[in-house]
Design a protein around this ligand. Structure first.
Ligand SMILES: Cc1ncc(COP(=O)(O)O)c(C=O)c1O
Length: 444
């Protein structure tokens, strides 16, 4: 039976639309669209008028919706973002700066993290995964332990889990260690909002993280830009909210906020059922195709094919899938990533299985070279390098120069080299692998 769930933002907007007042406020479309498929969105696209609450001072319909979300995820408090996970990461790091914590971060961080460090002038001690590769790798509790033991001041650990390929860190064990050292654990859970709703709750907050950010839109049915910060301790929420206000637009999109509100209803009544059905269909797909494809381990909704081990390059397999009407998320020489969510129609997975089964390529593994992450010395702070005078040069001419800024292709948006680091031969190999041909270097 469906449970009655309040959707306070949506309900407010629908009342407003039904009352059809004369709109003497922003936005300029005044509730009237320009036709086409977007027409029904315009009337709902309001701004922070009295009664609609205000995201960064929420105490009305937005605050109520956030409380509903916190109850669903089991967090102490939730703070919404209509500026994606990017804004959440900026807010979490601002809080760490205010607490004067040093930051240890997994090297596979998204470029959003780096940009926030540049803006906030943070220095980072990088933690390298055991297998020392760029996109995905196991961050062992031992690595975390050694980092925390070495810290000379209050610290925080920042991890990305699930990572881009779906790999998961042992958050429970790492959280335990953090508590032992009085350090805070922050998790970029952009790829894992659904983890709260499986048979075992694997959401970082349930496993002991202090702060984590979820993208509602990446793995749940919500509009792009919908995200939130979860606080284990509700007393952290005001600091997170005020930090968000420093970076976020003063005109947050009510369409995005409303989509989170409606997603709360979905999470109450339907997500567990859908998640179980889709997860089991994906499992079956992997089982049925196991002679033909090697699938990487990790979160079930990341269908990550180790293409090279099956005789394809990820990019060639991806290009072929597109000719068959399947759009992938990301492909490189080694991998192909197909992302699902609890809202993926089962019929789409039937079609995907059919298409994959008919893949025409040979089945001889392509030798791939695992490129280890270089650990070049950092000669300038990230901020100094990012704001220094710089020039773009072909990567072959960049050896020995200091990286000013990397704009890795998005996805996966994990920078092979960090601003301030000296570029060496190993870095060039990695840049080439990710098809980055030019790089900004500091001109001194
Ligand atoms: C792991 C990770 N973190 C953060 C982000 C940034 O999220 P958003 O684009 O919602 O701001 C992304 C985007 O893809 C991501 O994959």
């Amino acid at each position: 039976m469906e449970r009655e769930v309040r959707t306070p933002i949506y309900d407010y907007i629908m009342r407003y639309v039904r009352n059809s007042p004369v709109r003497m406020h922003m936005p300029g479309h005044k509730g009237h669209g320009l036709g086409g498929w977007l027409a029904t969105a315009y009337p709902l696209d309001i701004t922070e008028i009295p009664g609609a609450d205000s995201l960064y001072e929420a105490d009305g319909v937005i605050a109520e919706s956030e409380r509903i979300a916190a109850g669903l995820f089991g967090s102490g408090a939730v703070v919404y973002s209509a500026g994606g996970t990017t804004l959440c990461i900026q807010a979490m790091l601002t809080c760490m700066k205010r607490e004067r914590r040093m930051i240890f971060a997994g090297r596979n961080a998204h470029r959003t993290f780096l940009n926030a460090c540049v803006l906030l002038d943070l220095q980072v001690e990088w933690l390298y995964p055991e297998d020392n590769v760029l996109l995905s790798g196991v961050m062992t509790p031992e690595t975390i332990y050694q980092a925390l033991r070495s810290a000379k001041q209050p610290a925080c650990i920042y991890l990305t889990s699930p990572d881009y390929l779906g790999g998961m860190a042992d958050i429970a064990k790492i959280a335990e260690l953090c508590k032992r050292f009085d350090a805070k654990l922050l998790v970029d859970n952009a790829h894992g909002a659904h983890l709260a709703f499986g048979p075992i709750n694997l959401h970082p907050i349930a496993l002991g993280a202090d702060l984590c950010c979820d993208s509602y839109h990446k793995f749940l049915p919500a509009l792009t830009g919908a995200a939130c910060v979860h606080c284990a301790n509700p007393e952290d929420a005001p600091a997170v909210r005020s930090a968000m206000a420093m970076f976020g637009s003063t005109s947050p999109s009510y369409l995005i906020l409303t989509s989170m509100d409606l997603c709360n209803r979905y999470m109450t009544n339907q997500v567990r059922r859908d998640l179980a059905a889709v997860a089991s269909r994906i499992q079956r797909l992997k089982q049925n195709l196991r002679q033909q494809f090697v699938f990487c381990h990790g979160d079930i909704f990341h269908i990550t094919i180790h293409a090279a081990r099956c005789g394809y390059t990820g990019t060639a397999l991806g290009a072929w899938l597109m000719t068959q009407g399947v759009q992938y998320e990301y492909a490189d020489l080694d991998h192909l990533i197909l992302l699902c969510s609890p809202a993926t129609p089962l019929a789409d997975l039937d079609r995907l299985e059919q298409v994959l089964r008919s893949a025409p390529f040979p089945n001889t593994p392509i030798p791939t070279e695992t490129i280890r992450l270089p650990k070049p010395p950092s000669l300038l702070s990230m901020r100094t390098a990012a704001f220094a005078a710089s020039e773009f040069v072909p990567i072959e001419d960049a050896v020995g120069r200091i990286c000013a800024m990397t704009q890795p292709p998005c996805p996966p948006a994990v920078p092979p080299v960090i601003c301030g680091e000296r570029i060496d031969e190993h870095t060039i190999v990695l840049l080439r692998k990710y098809e980055i041909s030019k790089i900004a270097v500091v001109t001194l």
